[in-house]
Design a protein around this ligand. Structure first.
Ligand code: IMP
Ligand code: MG
Length: 190
């Protein structure tokens, strides 16, 4: 029995993720044909999505990474976001596509968009693997979106619970009894 089977219910299986990522890659390839595209992945949650998406895009993309940590209050972002790792080259004049794992309240995404917009890119769009629309507290336009899910805490394919489960090849929901109280309040390194 695999280690996660007691605590995690599969919600989006590996095959569904891979075929959706290929569709997103094809769409992005068409939309950015002839332009110089930079993917800006958000650490740590987007790393598997970023790696698969980049390989599904048929263009010579550049890859940059930003790290953020959001302060949580009972599993919910407080909107207070701190940059823990910045991109390594100037973003001015570039076509940027921000690649994020999940949009919940939208506050982290809003912070990142404001931060990148201030660097005067040629364009700035968003590609998110998962949207949880029921909890959205601010309106962020999601240009590319993999899946929309109900409001459950999910893990896998980069997403963590107290830094665990990121390496699952699928997205699953943690059973409520397994949600650790100490992880509900504190700092989340995204
Ligand atoms: P926000 O509420 O949209 O600002 O989301 C903040 C961050 O919390 C996201 O970038 C994720 O790193 C994390 N997060 C939100 N919902 C989930 C979830 O269901 N599972 C794991 N991480 C999540
Ligand atoms: Mg994140």
């Amino acid at each position: 029995m695999a280690y996660y089977e007691h605590d995690v219910d599969v919600m989006i299986d590996e095959g569904a993720i891979q075929s959706r990522v290929r569709e997103l890659g094809a769409q992005i390839s068409r939309d950015y044909a002839g332009r110089d595209l930079t993917l800006v992945g958000v650490l740590k949650g987007s790393i598997f999505f970023l790696a698969d998406l980049a390989r599904a895009i048929d263009l010579p993309v550049r890859i940059e990474l930003m790290g953020v940590s959001s302060y949580l209050d009972r599993h919910e972002s407080s909107g207070e976001v701190r940059i823990t790792h910045d991109v390594s080259t100037p973003m001015g004049g570039r076509h940027l596509l921000l690649v994020e794992d999940i949009v919940d309240t939208g506050l982290t995404m809003q912070f990142l968009l404001d931060n990148l917009q201030a660097r005067q890119p040629a364009s700035l769009k968003v590609c998110v693997l998962i949207e949880k629309p029921t909890r959205a507290r601010c309106k962020v336009a999601l240009d590319y979106r993999g899946f929309v899910i109900e409001d459950r805490f999910v893990v896998g394919y980069g997403l963590d619970h107290a830094e665990k489960y990121r390496n699952l090849p699928f997205v699953g929901a943690i059973r409520e009894r397994d949600l650790q109280p100490h992880a509900k309040i504190g700092q989340n390194s995204d």
